[in-house]
Design a protein around this ligand. Sequence first.
Ligand code: NAD
Length: 260
Amino acid sequence: ALDTRTAIVTGSTSGIGLAIARRFAAAGANVVINGLGDVAAIETERAAIEADFGVRCVYSPANMLSGAEIAEMVALALETFGSCDILVNNAGIQHVAPIEDFPDEKWQAIIQINLIAAFHSIKAALPAMKERGYGRIINIASAHALVASPYKSAYVAAKHGIAGLTKTVALEAATKGVTVNAICPGYVWTPLVEKQIPDTMAARGLTKEQVIHDVLLEAQPTKEFVTVEQVAGLALFLTSAEAASMTGAILSLDGGWTAH
Ligand code: NAD
């Protein structure tokens, strides 16, 4: 149980992040949710977490493009709850295009949100974790932290980068009760995946069904999408006492994709 714990989950207004925030709240943690989107819809999600699980939940509007706002998000957790025990770097975006056509500003934003934001959040959260002798940093990477796919140069570069960041901080924090791990999901059915289908159709000249079966699930031997609940379950395990020796690990959760 996470009764005395506080968790920050970035990008938790949707998809995997929302499932992780709700799973941690179900285990008793107070949570800081974060992400973009409609203000009223976010307030509904926030209130639902408090009502469903009897914990406290606050929302940080920090934009992952801003190091200063990320530091404010961590400060909000420390001020509100007195600790920041668990940090999940989950916020992420995708863009699919051949490198010759890849817009410069999209490349920058993907590296910023999917990689550099985790540097800023870890930098801000780690001192208090070390001081308390407990911390769990969980980076939501991707199968694309281990292998590549064409037309995803920025995303693959950012995800390979976060695997390196994970291992490095794991070494720096190893004697302090702080573990740092990366979860590498294969294709999970979320808005992020749904939104890239039109671009993949255009880049490869395929129909929607062809993209789902011949591109997405082609990579995954199980021929099933990973579920957000499965990712949240692994994240919860990583917060446990039994997971204390698991650090610097790059954990595949991909229906066999990277076993190819
Ligand atoms: P999603 O689009 O459903 O959710 C992304 C979240 O990030 C949202 O809450 C969004 O508001 C937030 N976000 C985006 N830009 C932001 C910004 N600038 N500042 C703050 N928040 C921002 O996506 P998802 O599929 O749940 O993806 C979550 C993570 O999982 C990402 O890092 C993604 O790369 C990774 N991932 C997803 C899949 C998949 O198949 N869906 C597979 C492997 C890894």
